[in-house]
Design a protein around this ligand. Sequence first.
Ligand code: SAH
Ligand code: SF4
Length: 433
Amino acid sequence: MNVHDSEQICALLEGEEYEMTKDAQTADLIIINTCSIREKAAQKAYSQLGRYRALKQKNDSLIIGVGGCLAQELGHTFYKKFPHVDFIFGTHNINKLPEILKKIELYGERVTETDFRESVKSIGIFALPDNGSLSAFVTIMQGCNNFCSYCVVPYLRGREESRPLQDIIDEIHFLVDHGVKEVTLLGQNVNSYGHTISEDTNFPSLLRKIGKINGIERIRFTTSHPKDLSEDLIRCYGEIAQLCEHIHLPVQSGADRILKKMNRKYTAKDYLNKVDRLRAQCPAISITSDVIVGFPGETQEDFKSTLALMDYVMFDNLFSFKYSERKGTKALKCDSKVPEPVKLERLKLLQAKQEEHTFRRNKVLKGRIEEILVEGISKNCQNDLTGRTRSNKIANFKGTTELIGKMVPVVIKEPYLHSLRAELITEGEVQAC
Ligand code: SAH
Ligand code: SF4
């Protein structure tokens, strides 16, 4: 989501005749788009800001701004620690950037904008993806109402609000007109889309509408909450041709006790039932997830339940995190904190198990024909093209550059842990298979 916010910032400033540079040394304006979901992300932003202090000392006309969750959280207190920062803008204020920059230019004073706006309707910044990519993000909602006890999102990004359906459709038409073939619908909990609009506006109906747009070849979405994964959404797999066979469905823990303390509103059994239903509807679906280890009170038994859930599901991939204390969240008040070394040990065990599972899931694909959206030349080998399967796995194969931007069939020759080695096949070969 932050990546897409950065794309929106760039689109907005390019419209104001700024030009993007990746070289901070020569920049006139540096914007740091922060995340504070975990302490590690916040620390990264601080150390980057520290590095830019020297640049400001060398170049007094350099303007430095900070946006995103950390800016939302700290507001003007940021200036105390980082006096070289010129402006702060919160999670609802990206659209105010041109105004902020004009104020700085005119009055030479710091500007702080962290108010939540009344409505999401004004998101309206149509940003094309970086480097002419064929794959674009589209925000369909913002904020979150779930208040998982460990999470800062509802406090820093505000309450859940769905974007009007026609706005989303218009943006996708704009993207298709600029060559985009794949869209990823973004939101903290996309499958509750529409609840804030009307009773008959919901996520499956949005997907069906997008499926009717000419030129869209692939639809993805992230993130969905297990409690809101409806039977109707499950039915969309297979029914909407462009909907890719992948779902990111964060489970967080396999222990009911911990899920309850996390305020996730489902049990491990509920989660597994949904996984079974997804696989019955769409056997090829790849399932990825998020897990937090070391939530306060997590015992060895609880952790074992998470490992057992992993063994059952065999996720295609997993993002795993050590629990990180966040200011203002309910979990901060929980007793029985798990010591850091225990968290680390659990994280390592879990990641080792996941590597095994990812490799096993990839191995199943050996010999299979997969459709790849060719994204470009591989970073690791100039002679290889790279792209993703519909199940969101990276595949590399030999081919000529005119295939970039096309959908091509390949056969999977060698599955690895992080990618698949594939071979291009011709139309005739596809039919013979
Ligand atoms: N809205 C999404 C994801 C939000 S943040 C969802 O509910 O699934 C992405 C992931 O960060 C979460 O799924 C969770 O696993 C992790 N996370 C959030 N807060 C955290 C915290 N305080 N400590 C550790 N991990 C956290
Ligand atoms: Fe945070 Fe939970 Fe909302 Fe996800 S669903 S953003 S984890 S509060």
